[in-house]
Design a protein around this ligand. Structure first.
Ligand SMILES: NC(=O)c1ccc[n+]([C@@H]2O[C@H](COP(=O)([O-])OP(=O)(O)OC[C@H]3O[C@@H](n4cnc5c(N)ncnc54)[C@H](OP(=O)(O)O)[C@@H]3O)[C@@H](O)[C@H]2O)c1
Length: 305
């Protein structure tokens, strides 16, 4: 099968190569999916799991991409809940070969049925940002109607999902980001927007929750604008930022079939929009990951046209 591989972290996206790899097979509780669309997160090549397995052993050449939609083509022994020919979407294991390939082996529990009227491109663009925002805003953030939330990077891929879910909860949503993201953040539903280069985070007063995708100094400053009993939820890596009389949750998104089903329902009835930037053909994927201009929105690779 055709797949994109990486072998050398120092090369970055320049080291991505479209090549031939053996077709995968399904073990117990797994399925093989013929991938139709694949998502790639821009900093995946910095993640240790792209390069090593769970025992810290080199696993290159590895196939990146962890978001996918496609059709089930084989079932491993004992696999229930999915059938051959079924449309699915889901999140692949961080430590295994990913979705920038014609076929992927994936645990069945990491997938959900993709409704027939949700396009493969949209399905794959929903996976990581949708699950991350759901888990950040609802599971870890425990956001309630009438509360207030700051969503950093509100015009970005994950932030734009978080804004929409926070609005659905009934919260007051303050988005942040660069000046260039203001209109997009409003289109996704923020009530207010702070351009972090020119505005002051501290001017918004106290909020119940900060959902942080930026980390560093922004996470530290965010801790100071959280009400007693409130939360800082971050996806930007370990932080020692902690609100006074509040909690900090730093988490990695997990696959969740029930949440994927909820997300697809929201796309179907118009409550949720994906934030897709560029859609590229498989043969053009390597160039799509090393653009000479900064792209906004999720890049999706159509593995099958
Ligand atoms: N822990 C997890 O499970 C998890 C899951 C998914 C993603 N992530 C991580 O979350 C981060 C965000 O991912 P994403 O896909 O949402 O990225 P993204 O689409 O680039 O979103 C980030 C947004 O923040 C803005 N921004 C970046 N740096 C900024 C700064 N210094 N000041 C103001 N605005 C700034 C960006 O604007 P520009 O576009 O103009 O730069 C963009 O609008 C990544 O590091 C990703 O690896 C973690």
């Amino acid at each position: 099968m055709k797949a994109i591989i990486v072998t050398d972290q120092a090369e970055g996206t320049a080291g991505m190569k479209l090549t031939d790899r053996p077709e995968p097979t399904a073990a117990m509780n797994e399925v093989v999916v013929q991938v139709h669309a694949s998502g790639f997160t821009f900093n995946e090549l910095d993640w240790p799991s792209t390069w090593t397995d769970r025992y810290d052993a080199d696993r290159t050449p590895s196939i990146p991409g962890h978001e996918l939609s496609g059709v089930v083509t084989a079932l491993g022994y004992g696999t229930t809940g999915l059938s051959i020919g079924q449309r699915v979407f889901g999140l692949a294991d961080w430590y295994r070969d990913g979705s920038l390939a014609e076929y992927i082996t994936i645990e069945a529990r990491n997938l959900a049925p993709l409704p027939g009227d949700v396009d493969f491109t949209v399905g794959s663009a929903l996976v990581m940002p949708g699950l991350t925002a759901w888990q950040g805003i609802i599971d870890h953030g425990r956001l309630q109607s009438g509360q207030s939330v700051i969503v950093h990077g509100a015009a970005g891929v994950v932030g734009s999902m978080a804004v929409q879910l926070a609005r659905e909860v009934g919260a007051y949503v303050i988005g942040t980001g660069r000046a260039s993201g203001r209109q997009a953040a409003h289109d996704f539903g923020v009530h207010e927007y702070i351009d972090l280069d020119n505005g002051t985070l501290e001017d918004v007063g106290r909020v119940d929750l900060v959902f942080d995708v930026l980390g560093g100094d922004i996470a530290q400053r965010s801790a100071g604008v959280i009400r007693p009993g409130g939360s800082l939820v971050t996806i930007a890596g370990p932080t020692d930022a902690k609100p006074v009389d509040g909690r900090t949750v730093d988490f990695i998104v997990e696959a969740n079939r029930g949440q994927l089903i909820e997300l697809a329902e929201r796309v179907r009835d118009g409550r949720l929009k994906t934030n897709i930037g560029n859609i590229a053909a498989f043969d053009d994927a390597v160039a799509a990951f090393a653009p000479n201009v900064r792209l906004t929105g999720k890049t999706i690779i159509r593995i099958r046209p």
